[in-house]
Design a protein around this ligand. Sequence first.
Ligand code: NAP
Ligand code: HSE
Length: 435
Amino acid sequence: MASVDVPVALLGYGTVGAAVNRLLTESADDIERATGHRLRLVKALVRDIDKERDYPPAGDVLTTDFREIADDPSIAVVAEVMGGLEPAGTHVLELLRGGKHVVSANKQLIARSGAKLFEAATSTGVQLRFEASVCAAIPVIKVLRESLVVTNVHRVLGIVNGTTNFVLTEMEGGKTYAQALAEAQERGYAEADPTDDVSGADAAAKMAILATVAFKSRFDLADVDYTGITEIDPADVNAARQLDMVIRLVGVAQHLDGHVDVRVHPALVDKQHPLAKVDGAFNAVMLQGDAIREITLEGPGAGGIETASAVIADITTVIGTMRTGFLQNDAAWRVLPKLPPGDNRSPFYFRMSVEDRPGALAQVADELARREISIARLLQHQNGDGAELHVVTHQARQGALEDALVALGELSSVHRRSRPLPVVSDRGVSELGWA
Ligand code: NAP
Ligand code: HSE
């Protein structure tokens, strides 16, 4: 059968864009054998044509003029790998409205402007695909949309940012936060501005996308409660080690009793739990649902070639499903309410410095018991003339724990207290009936 020639364009030719061209070039024969289509990079939009590049493209591929892509009728598919909200958002909207298929690796754009972009794609009958925007090489969007189409997925739990996981793992090995972050940037894992990685905004955008696809209702970045790793203190890392746990930046999206809760926080993860074994720039996503019980997908969560493999997979799916099927539709078709603030339930860890005298521990236990919070584990260390308490609770309402901590902070016997961190363990999962 004669091969079909498919001219492809890129918006961006940085870490991911150059890797897409490398894979398209080096795997051209494999792609053609598998799909019957010859994918050929014809244009790539950049800011600076003269910049030195890792895998320079041939001839006149690089351009600073978006019109050379938007106005070229021979280009049917464009991969957006430039990042940022603008001008990427305006360009993607124009391409979709102009009848071109778009695949995007840009989680911030999809998480914030997904509704508008899908409306444009639907109106012109083209596809907008975004596998590369979540967990790089891990095909989690495809699994949720296709393989689990009849499964009622009610919980998504995961490590979805490679940079922070790399930093936390390297810190366990003795590197400083700054050294580890600089290495993540050098390896191409971090965003152009790593603030989004370390603040949790990158992971929050990915969890919003996962929640939208898993629960078929739109959640955007503003719906996600998140904190990053910037305030993780060596004392947290040490306390975790003593409790036989590790610190990880964990994303959780839950659909419970008709309400949805999506959050990203540093958490203490039990060393026996699968997420504790996810090291370096790897990501893992655990999907829990009615028929499947639990499926875990793990793999490289950042990096040029890793992300490029998902970009090219999306392009080949586009050419394999043009003008047919349901995958060009927006995944979100219903509206689910958000869980009221404070109603989130989890086991939690916190620590506090108290006076070392009779009754001090009883006061802590009493404030917790009044709010039906039960202590699962307790460590006590002498700390100068006081005592440092490390407390792990059973499942508790976050709002109730926060109230208890405010009340405890007002006691004269309590000198300092940390903010609570959620704890991830198999015990927590089975308590909720998910395993
Ligand atoms: P990058 O290395 O910073 O590359 C960005 C590219 O876009 C550069 O070629 C840049 O041009 C071009 N660009 C940026 N702003 C532009 C503008 N206003 N006009 C024209 N061109 C512009 O970024 P990256 O790491 O490849 O990431 C790209 C996207 O993939 C982001 O959305 C990111 O979140 C996502 N992603 C990255 C990874 C990863 O591991 N790196 C993984 C998954 C998803 P110049 O080269 O001329 O500066
Ligand atoms: N900066 C992101 C990360 C790239 O570290 O996970 C993948 O989206």
